[in-house]
Design a protein. Structure first.
Length: 152
């Protein structure tokens, strides 16, 4: 049981690195065509082309959970679960808290959440794929957590 908890936790934290790498080198690289609408100020409805990444990132979690369930809940299930929990966290933090796709979690006085929101705002100041900054979601540079006395 402890090893399964360790696997889920390790995969969850590893996914932040995977998300950072993918955001910087894939989304702001050869798949910019899917991601660029996420950096535009105007919206064209509820969904963006960028939302295809949700499906792309969900596949490994689904495969891991499915394969693991059919093989006596082996390690692949726990890996898939860690990926899926990270995906849920990403959705809650990025889509709901930061971008307010659903109007909940609007106000937070928590310095950690203010830092995440500030880092993401700095990321979106760059509307082209080059010269971006702050590609992480849960771990952003420490400079975004400093001077959090003003409203974000």
């Amino acid at each position: 049981m402890l090893i399964n908890i360790f696997i889920v936790t390790a995969v969850f934290f590893t996914m932040e690195g995977v998300a950072w790498f993918t955001h910087k080198y894939v989304m702001h690289g050869f798949l910019w065509s899917l991601h660029k609408d996420h950096h535009k100020k105007e919206t064209h409805g509820f969904f963006e082309q960028n939302d295809f990444f949700f499906l792309i990132f969900a596949i490994p979690g689904i495969v891991g959970i499915s394969y693991g369930m059919h093989h006596e809940f082996n390690f692949m299930f726990w890996i898939g679960l860690g990926i899926t929990i990270y995906g849920l966290t990403y959705f809650l933090v990025h889509d709901i808290f930061i971008h307010q796709r659903f109007k909940i979690f609007r106000n937070s006085d928590n310095n950690y959440f203010k830092g995440i929101r500030r880092g993401h705002k700095m990321h979106h100041k760059h509307i082209v794929k080059e010269d971006g900054e702050c590609f992480g979601m849960l771990w952003v540079p420490i400079k975004y957590f400093k001077n959090n006395t003003s409203k974000s």
